[in-house]
Design a protein around this ligand. Structure first.
Ligand SMILES: Cc1cc2nc3c(=O)[nH]c(=O)nc-3n(C[C@H](O)[C@H](O)[C@H](O)COP(=O)(O)OP(=O)(O)OC[C@H]3O[C@@H](n4cnc5c(N)ncnc54)[C@H](O)[C@@H]3O)c2cc1C
Length: 380
């Protein structure tokens, strides 16, 4: 049975670190557990630690456009708090925002849906409070943009998957809440017309803050534009010209509901296909080329699901069976880069070793040792 420890203060964390070291157990930090597979709970040689019961007060510094957030808070709570106070952190994620925690988001360096317009999560993280495997508490980075003497450890810990230290708080830079947010929901009869519309929008150099294509089962574009009703009107007219039927949504609640549905898409597909082994691949390629290549390969599997982040030209393919993957899908790599979504750490070490050079793996291992000489932290 998995025992999860719920520290409520720094002293609890010191005790947990010491106890784990003394009892020769590894320590796995958990946030919303959205990246954990069920079988990970079978490992009894681990301590699990969650920040759920850590103090959850957000500290906002409106004059400085900064805030300090406890790492165990859900993305949803933080977004709602900021909207109430007129601030914005453009971190919309593809997963469940009511489960994914701010700490998990930083630890996985999750690519957010607004990246093309606003930059990645790391552009907004100024610093963090961490506890290392010795139980020492420290602040890396700080409250201002120019705040680093020596190596920028905070930036390094972003994407470290809980393998280096436990993050207790994150310091963010904020921007004001957009004056207008408009969402277009456009249905197309064919995938090709949706793709043509998305390409025309990109050709006009319009960068929506969120721009998603869903092709499961019918073709749908979701476009969100901040602070530019002119761009919204342009996108709407392009889509209608290509045969799309559009709905413009200005109501905040309705917009939230549209994006919630988009977020739940992957989970719904995975639930539906739970008998099968599933794999998500990413191909960075021209959408039209990608679609015709996928259609050529349709016999590989009767059923696959497609959706894409149009701004970045990243297309996800979900195939119901792993054995359907091999070489022919890999041929799509000619269109860009194709990869299975992986993280780092113990469970991914074989993947890392296969895809990275020996000297890079060596450097990574040495960094891990410098941060965590007891090899206490294990990602999943
Ligand atoms: C349906 C779905 C769609 C997704 N789509 C995308 C996508 O498009 N792009 C993308 O980049 N990601 C995507 N993800 C991944 C998603 O971003 C991660 O699931 C999320 O960031 C993890 O947050 P969590 O709180 O659930 O962390 P967990 O799953 O609990 O933990 C994730 C990792 O972070 C570590 N960790 C968690 N909290 C801390 C902490 N406080 N300190 C140190 N380490 C910590 C854990 O040890 C673990 O290694 C998707 C996930 C789902 C479920």
């Amino acid at each position: 049975m998995k025992t999860i420890l719920y520290p409520t203060c720094h002293d609890d964390l010191v005790y947990i670190m010491r106890d784990s070291r003394d009892s020769d157990k590894t320590l796995t930090v958990i946030g919303g557990e959205t990246t954990f597979k069920k079988k990970s709970s079978e490992d009894s040689n681990k301590n699990w630690v969650s920040l759920r019961d850590f103090p959850d007060e957000i500290r906002l510094f409106p004059d400085d456009l900064t805030m300090i957030v406890p790492a165990g808070l859900s993305v949803d709570k933080v977004e709602k708090y900021l909207a109430r106070h007129g601030f914005f952190l453009p971190i919309d994620i593809a997963g469940d925002s009511d489960r994914v925690t701010i700490g998990g988001l930083a630890a996985t360096n999750a690519r957010c849906l607004r990246t093309a317009r606003y930059g990645t999560l790391r552009n907004y993280i100024l610093g963090m409070d961490i506890v290392n495997s010795r139980g020492e508490k420290m602040r890396v980075g700080g409250m201002t943009i120019k705040n680093v003497a020596g190596y920028d450890i905070a930036q390094f810990l972003i994407g470290s998957w809980g393998e280096m230290a436990l993050i207790t708080h994150l310091i963010f830079k904020l921007i004001p809440f957009p004056k207008t947010i408009e969402t277009l929901q456009i249905k197309f009869d064919t995938d090709l017309s949706a793709i043509q519309a998305m390409q025309s929008i990109s050709d006009r150099l319009i960068i929506p803050s969120r721009f998603e294509w869903i092709c499961a089962p019918s073709s749908l574009l979701l476009i969100e534009i901040d602070n530019s009703p002119e761009d919204t009107a342009m996108c709407q007219s392009i889509c209608e010209e290509k045969g799309g039927s559009s709905k413009l949504v200005r109501n905040f609640e309705e917009q939230q509901s549209i994006w919630r549905t988009r977020r739940s898409l992957l989970r719904k597909i995975l639930q539906k296909e739970q008998e099968a082994v599933l794999l998500t691949l990413q191909v960075t390629a021209d959408a039209k080329e990608f679609l015709s290549a996928m259609k050529r390969e349709r016999d590989i599997s009767e059923k696959f699901y497609l959706f894409g982040h149009c701004n970045e030209k990243i297309w996800h393919i979900i195939l119901p069976r792993k054995q359907a993957i091999p070489k022919r899908i890999a041929r799509l790599a000619d269109l860009g880069h194709i990869r299975e979504e992986v993280g780092i750490g113990y469970t991914h070490s074989r993947v890392t070793e296969n895809s990275e050079s020996k000297c890079k793996v060596d450097i990574q291992n040495r960094i891990k040792n410098a941060f965590d000489p007891y090899c206490l932290f294990q990602s999943r």
